[in-house]
Write a protein that binds this ligand. Structure first.
Ligand code: TYM
Length: 346
């Protein structure tokens, strides 16, 4: 068997407001993983431009996401923090993968359908090929573990399909390159875990919390102040029943389920435990406690983010350093890939 170094890769788009879904579904878990794994955390600016971005705003958003990563506890000395466009190898591998992935596979991607809407003909080619670039992000480093929220599951299945098809199509060349078992790429494993893999809108428990929702009341932004957080939680949609005492009682109560999940994730506990404490309580009581936990968790991250943003040159230095470390890992792997494909390199 191929000797596989476990390596974590994940990323986030620098497009507008970071929200509690990004924080709980991804970043909090990334921080955990850096304790035990080699990790790369990317700001995927090339994915961002699959939809139109104002250049000045994009630049600011990249720095904001970098600041949010660090403020959340990612350590740029330990983990590699960088923005995708500074590592050209991502685009090079994406092209090779464009020639491995099949149109039929991309046709099934639900996120493209959601984002392109009714006017599919007017969507960018990049938006369609988006998951191929995502596969390249991970496999460029032979990433083995990918901590993400549930909405990325289908994209990761595609990344696995691409890895597998590359290994099959190029099997002989891979073996000739010294991989006796013919396995060049690992099949990256999605890590979708914890009580907040799918944080829902505060206005509608059946819709994902998202930066593109027109209602700001639907989400808690990482930049919200204490008053805004308390107000949004107080206004969050609920049902008239008190909270149940057991998890089974959350079935068919999406809003209640969502708030309990958010509380559990913020307090580093489980839904079961939260219900043990609040079962039988009215939402008015629970929401006050939830607002306190949310403020206690979000406010310090936000304050640190603002402090870091006061020195954009330092953020740029951190990104440049991360990109340089990422390139060092990526280049030898890409060289091997190009050899396997049959390109001549001097
Ligand atoms: P993005 O920028 O949409 O989201 C970043 C991360 O946040 C998670 N997330 C959520 N988790 C729980 N509840 C929510 N409501 C919620 N909203 C967002 C996402 O699942 C994600 O983990 N395609 C990716 C970026 C990407 C990537 C990659 C990820 C590009 N290349 C390679 C992993 C590996 C995206 O658009 O995430």
């Amino acid at each position: 068997m191929m000797k596989l170094t476990p390596r974590v890769f994940s990323g986030m788009q620098p497009t507008g407001n970071l929200h509690l879904g990004n924080y709980l579904g991804a970043m909090v878990r990334w921080v955990e993983m850096q304790k035990s794994h080699e990790c790369l955390y990317c700001i995927v600016d090339m994915h961002a431009i699959t939809l139109w971005q104002e250049p000045a705003e994009l630049r600011q958003s990249i720095r904001e996401v970098a600041a949010a990563y660090i403020a959340s506890g990612l350590d740029p000395k330990r983990s590699i923090i960088f923005n995708q466009s500074q590592v050209a190898q991502h685009a090079e591998l994406a092209w090779i993968f464009n020639c491995v992935a099949r149109l039929g596979w991309l046709d099934r991607m639900t996120q493209f359908k959601e984002k392109a809407g009714k006017e599919k003909e007017r969507a960018s080619v990049g938006l369609y090929a988006y998951p191929v670039l995502m596969a390249a992000d991970i496999l460029l480093y032979r990433g083995t573990h990918v901590p993400v929220g549930e909405d990325q599951k289908q994209h990761l299945e595609l990344a696995r399909d691409i890895a597998q098809k590359f290994n099959n199509d190029y099997r002989d060349s891979i073996v000739a390159s010294g991989y006796a078992d013919g396995l060049f790429f690992p099949l990256p494993e999605p890590l979708i875990q914890g009580p907040a893999t799918r944080v829902m809108s505060l206005r509608d428990g059946t819709k994902k919390m998202s930066k593109s929702d027109p209602s700001d009341l639907s989400r808690i932004n990482m930049s919200d102040d204490t008053d805004a957080i308390a107000r949004k939680i107080q206004k969050a949609k609920t049902d008239p029943e008190p909270l149940p005492s057991e998890e089974a009682g959350l079935e068919r109560r999406p809003e209640a389920d969502n708030l309990v999940g958010i509380y559990a994730a913020l307090a580093d506990t489980t839904k079961e435990e939260v219900l043990g404490q609040f079962g039988g309580s009215q939402f008015s009581v629970f929401k006050k406690e939830l607002a306190e936990v949310a403020v206690a968790r979000v406010a310090p991250v936000n304050a640190e983010m603002q402090r870091l943003l006061g020195d954009p040159a330092e953020i740029d230095r951190i990104l440049a350093n991360g990109a340089s470390r990422a390139r060092t890992l990526a280049q030898p792997i890409l060289t091997e890939i190009k050899n396997i494909v049959g390109f001549i390199q001097s």
